[in-house]
Write a protein that binds this ligand. Sequence first.
Ligand code: RB5
Length: 146
Amino acid sequence: MLAIGCDQGGYELKLEILKYLDGKGIAYKDCGTYSPDSVDYPIYARAVVKEILSGNCEKGIIICGTGIGVSMVANRYKGIRAALCGDCFSAEATRLHNDANVLTMGARVVGPGLACKIVETFLNTPFSGEERHVRRIKMIDETDEM
Ligand code: RB5
């Protein structure tokens, strides 16, 4: 299961992505926001994070105007590896190397066509599982203990 959320800046793009996911038969939980009214993006970033950390969802997508604010929020949580992607190369690399479990995007940065391709790449690329990447990912969480 995939968790997806956005603020008002990402609302229209989220609708496009939901259409894409529906077309592919990919199950998701829509964590809001559910209208273009102004909201606070940390609420929706946390809602997606919660779905992942509770084990309800394996991956998440969070969209705001830039993708930056939601990325900052999500990466505060241990076990969350959120990657802000504006291209397919980054989406592929962050799955292969970082085992990213959250994709963030900026609706004012990428158009719907590219965003759906980024989502497709993110969802279809497995983690490489290579020892050096496993080691480095473990080191991300160790940063908490400094
Ligand atoms: C909302 O205007 C905007 O600040 C938000 O969508 C996001 O870009 C924050 O990082």
